[in-house]
Write a protein that binds this ligand. Structure first.
Ligand code: BJW
Length: 242
């Protein structure tokens, strides 16, 4: 049975003027997007070192692109779920709101979220490896692998953040500022192990936020938050945000 949020959690969320949310792969799981670390997670079948590092791309850009092109084809077929839609509703009624996502799938904007910080980039953008110019290319499948920059013909890469790469400074600052200023901080569907994203809920907590976690199972931050709700995000978020 889906756990009911406590009255205190519902009151905090209803009264808060400054709300920040951190989402991870779990929020898109019910749409049909694979997570990374779960039972059917991508990292059970593929090695991150072979596909999601700058070294892997330097070694074999075509292999890396085949994997991203496969994921793009999968994501192109799915729709936002009740969890994404609930967060878009929360944004519409909250004067100061930030949705910080680790996801690259673009399902939050598709659900109507606008005040969005994409920590790990976006799978629908390509970045020129020579001049760092980015462009949106939503063609599935891509006609040429690996794709090239249409302006200078240099190799293009997915505009995502791989292991060992720094997150864009402005994006990182916006996320930590939102965490420090939030009255309520909601953490949804993340294993909370990848840094620096995993530090955001604890930063918010230390700065005085009421922190609510939604996940299928306990995570390393569960013992530090104010309330954990262990159930699918697509069921819990509509209860939190009717
Ligand atoms: C549900 C659900 C449902 C399921 N409802 N819930 C400090 C200590 C140790 C290591 C480091 C450190 N600082 C940095 C590091 C290294 C590294 C790191 O964190 N490693 C750890 C794994 C140990 N971090 C980095 O390398 C980062 N870079 C960095 O710090 O650079 C520093 C630097 C500075 C200056 C110069 C150079 C460098 C970059 C991290 C980039 C992560 N990239 C990826 C791939 C993105 C592109 C792509 O998608 O292909 O991001 S990896 C992958 O993990 C992806 C995700 O965004 C990220 C997080 O995963 P997430 O969202 O938590 O998903 P899962 O699958 O792990 O969990 C899903 C959860 O949902 C589970 O808990 C389920 O239970 C739950 N769930 N269904 C609710 N229906």
């Amino acid at each position: 049975m889906t756990p009911s949020p406590s009255p205190r959690t519902l009151e905090k969320l209803a009264a808060a003027r400054r709300v920040a949310v951190l989402t991870g792969a779990g929020i898109s799981a019910e749409s049909g997007v694979p997570t990374f670390r779960g039972a059917d997670g991508l990292w059970r079948r593929y090695r991150a070192e072979d596909l999601a590092t700058p070294q892997a791309f330097a070694r074999d850009p075509r292999l890396v692109w085949e994997w991203y092109d496969w994921r793009r084809q999968l994501i192109a077929k799915v729709e936002p779920n009740a969890g994404h839609l609930a967060l878009a509703r929360l944004e519409a009624r909250c004067p100061d709101f930030s949705l910080i996502t680790q996801n690259v799938d673009g399902l939050h904007p598709k659900a109507g979220s606008r005040r969005l910080v994409e920590l790990h980039g976006n799978i629908w953008r390509l970045r020129c490896t020579a001049e760092q110019r980015t462009l949106v290319d939503a063609r599935v499948p891509l006609p040429e692998l690996p794709p090239r920059c249409p302006t200078c013909q240099a190799l293009a890469r997915p505009d995502v953040v791989w292991f060992g790469e720094a997150l864009p400074q402005a994006v990182l600052e916006a996320a930590f500022e939102a965490a420090r200023e939030a009255e309520v901080f909601l953490v949804v569907g993340t294993a909370a192990v990848v840094q620096p994203a995993a530090s955001l809920p604890l930063t918010a907590k230390r700065a005085g936020a009421y922190v609510i976690e939604v996940n299928l199972e306990p995570t390393p931050i569960s013992s530090s938050v104010d309330e954990s709700l262990f159930a699918p995000a697509g069921e819990v978020l509509p209860l939190l945000i009717p």
